[in-house]
Design a protein around this ligand. Sequence first.
Ligand code: GAR
Length: 203
Amino acid sequence: MLKLAVLGSGSGSNMQSIVDAIEAGTLDAEIKIVLADFPDAKILERAKKHNLKGMYLDCAPFKTKLEGAAEDRLIEILKSEGVDTVVLAGFMRIVKPKLLAAFPNRVLNIHPALLPAFPGVHSWTQALDYGCKVAGVTVHFVDAGTDSGPIIVQKAVPVLEDDTPETLHARIQVQEHIAYPEALRILAKGNYTIEGRRVRIQE
Ligand code: GAR
């Protein structure tokens, strides 16, 4: 059984999809702790509703990365909770090598684009502005780069003629909520190998 920590910054709908999969018995995992870098993040409310341990992680003085004292504190918390897999679910900070070294090949991220296209922020707007006809979502292992680690699951959605950033993001999010549980099921089963950039999944 996977022992998960979920890190988020916002609404936590991806965490919700993981909770739902666990509660439905389709994902062999338990959420040990939920952490947010904003004290009032909705993800913490959701955690409370499901009786999950929730915690605010003060990441100051940094605004866009998780490093230094906060990173040390986080690693200590994750180890003491017996976490084996770290799930970034809308966590809007760059994680650094120390955390990755503490959980080698066990830090996952979800990104709202078909990587390697459109890393960074507001990827759905980038896809729309670029004129893409297809957009999507990627779940990947985190490496030292930004949105650059080996890909576990990808799902595509069409870009429609009358899409706005909001309608496209909403369509992508529907697939996110399928993709994250799917990626975690692969980890739970352990039926994969990482060969260079390729994650090979044995059915
Ligand atoms: C999701 O769309 C996720 O893909 C995106 O933030 C949103 C969080 O939603 N993540 C990134 O952009 C990471 N670069 P949620 O809080 O409802 O899960």
